[in-house]
Design a protein around this ligand. Sequence first.
Ligand code: EPU
Length: 337
Amino acid sequence: MEILKNYPLQHLNTFGIAAAAKEFVSVTSVAELAEVLKENAGKPLFILGGGSNMLLTQDINALVIHININGIEVVWQDENTVHIKAMAGENWHGFVQYCISKGYGGIENLSLIPGNVGTTPIQNIGAYGTEIKDTMVSCEGMNIATQQLTTFTNEECEFAYRESVFKGRLKGMYVITSVTFALTRTHHKINTSYGDIAAELAKHSINVPTIKDVGAAITAIRQSKLPDPKELGNSGSFFKNPIISAEQFEKLYVKHPQMPHYILNEFEVKVPAGWLIEQCGFKGSRYGDAGVHARQALVLVNYGNATGAELLALSKKIQDTVLDTFGIAIEAEVNVV
Ligand code: EPU
């Protein structure tokens, strides 16, 4: 494994930001990862997966370790269930498609989410009524300091909305090397309850959808709303949907009866940040090469040569305006580096 100096990262982050790594190495096996971690102990390190959930605002003054470990393996199965393990460097959507092609159900609602398998437990990726926590059995992580591999059960990951123990208590301590899912081989739990899925299926006159149909419907919906990072740099949802108190919600709802919302429990209501941002007039706006996507206000885009600092400034302006207008603080979902 060669350690490269001053390595350009533009093609390794989906925002397409031009930034460089002081040092860079790509590892293709768990053994190589252990070796690099051991040999570079004490150095500042930066673990890079699919680069789909970060905004680079500066060069990375560290050794960037690119997790390029591939492989998919069935570890156990019976008639109804399969436990399938994917290595961290597998492209997430490729893995979803592989599972659908084998008739394994449970992650089809997570079709077309950018990024790699290894990052999925870190922020408990979710879309269209499904989250990783619904099917993940366990994941393996390598302790950066000791190079020991530990298995984390679903419970030990302490999953919550876009959160896990790896963003909290164990932040920066482990590199996820593989993730194992329990998927259905029969009796699939088809979930078409979210938003536009039923309408998309109806368009194709599908009454009894298969997991393949659901995957295709979600792919079509995402393609219609979300920009393809290969064509327009972006990092998916830039912000999390804020959770506000029922009391605050009731006051706002009187003024904005059209405000979409999800009642979480007696005390909390989740409000779509995309709606709040659109109401503030940002949808489709552009400042130089930094902008807000025209079809989904939750997504910031790089029209070509935006810097991370410009996108960060735009995100701050949006946060300030939403706070002034609605009294709601919205938090970034992407990692600002
Ligand atoms: N909305 C607007 N304007 C917008 C965007 C949304 O009014 O510009 C409204 C929609 O009309 C709808 C509501 O907000 O009533 C929710 O919109 P949508 O279904 O598009 O979902 P979201 O809450 O904006 C979340 C996830 C997405 C995920 C979708 C579908 C977060 C932060 N984002 O977005 O995840 O694909 O639901 O499940 O939870 C991602 O994380 O990168 C991502 C794209």
